[in-house]
Design a protein around this ligand. Structure first.
Ligand code: GLP
Length: 244
């Protein structure tokens, strides 16, 4: 779906999320959301906060799992995704803290494999993801599933692509300060979500959107694997869709 601009598109996505939350509330069920970081979803989160404040949208029945976190990363560091989610969403809504899950960037190396398995199990234990939000990196990554990721991959420790680290360098004051690794949900993890929404705005994303939507499916562009699923929607602004 292509919208005139990212503001309109973000509001549509927020409305979809709010409808899901309310539908689940009516049935006394939890809504399980897979959330993304980066600049792309910020306006979606702004709109959800507005709906909470002005329309009384409650997040008490919402359970969240974030896609990824840098490794190593302290939760109180400026660039951590814990901090990002707190500042851009969680601190402004009534979600229960125990319902928030973000990969732990502070683990000892030897504990990561078990931790990743338990992250998968926790998603399964609450009935799986109802909706997964995605952005897309210029390498074609979703979450931090960089080129070379397998379509059935699970949550794991990965090495970041050089382009991804360059794109993150502004946040870290230089590429040399960007961690070389991250913990990310796998492509297989994302695929299990009942609905997947990938969002992209601006001309900067147009070439990778063209590859992801129209390109040959390949591990070189992990987002092309989304072509395999019937539950995926790309929500774009006109600029991001301009090469389709
Ligand atoms: C980041 C995140 C991704 C995100 C992507 C795009 O590195 N790990 O989940 O989708 O890169 O970021 P942005 O939305 O800022 O363009």
């Amino acid at each position: 779906k292509v919208y005139e601009d990212e503001h309109i598109a973000s509001k549509k996505v927020a409305k979809r999320i709010a409808d899901l939350i309310r539908r689940k509330q009516d049935k006394h069920e939890n809504a399980v959301l897979g959330l993304a970081t980066g600049a792309t979803p910020v306006e979606v989160y702004d709109e959800l906060i507005r709906m909470h404040k002005e329309e009384g949208l409650s997040f008490k029945n919402v359970i969240t799992f974030n896609l990824d976190e840098y490794y190593p990363m302290q939760p109180d560091a400026k660039q951590s995704y814990v901090k990002f989610m707190d500042e851009n969403l969680f601190n402004h809504i009534d979600i229960k803290r125990e319902n928030i899950h973000i990969p732990d960037g502070t683990l000892a190396k030897e504990d990561i494999t078990d931790y990743c398995l338990s992250y998968e199990n926790q998603i399964g234990a609450v009935g799986g993801l109802d909706l997964q939000l995605l952005g897309i990196g210029r390498t074609g990554h979703i979450g931090f599933n960089e080129p070379g990721s397998a379509p059935n991959s699970g949550t794991r420790l990965v090495t970041l692509d050089d382009l991804t680290r360059r794109d993150a360098s502004r946040d870290f004051g230089g590429k040399e300060n960007v961690p070389t690794k991250a913990i990310t949900m796998g492509i297989g993890t994302i695929f299990k979500a009942k609905e997947i929404i990938l969002m992209a705005w601006s001309k900067k994303k147009a070439p990778i959107i063209k590859k992801a939507v129209e390109g040959e499916m390949s591990g070189n562009v992990p987002a092309t694997y989304l072509q395999l699923s019937d539950n995926v929607e790309f929500i774009l602004d006109e600029d991001a869709a301009s090469e389709l």
